[in-house]
Design a protein. Sequence first.
Length: 70
Amino acid sequence: MHIQLGKPTQNRRVESFHGRLREECLMVSWFQNVFDARRKIAVWKIEYNEERPHSSLGYPHAERVCGGHS
């Protein structure tokens, strides 16, 4: 699938994820270096995929729906 430049609505799920990552992690965190950034983003990603319920999935945790392949 090809997504045209300037057409984020053609890939809504990725754009939604990027928006949440930006708002909930990148805009509220100070990073000391690249390793600190990777660590903090990894912690956020685990919370996002394994602990948080998702409305698009009917509010269960993504890991439960994906069977651990999130």
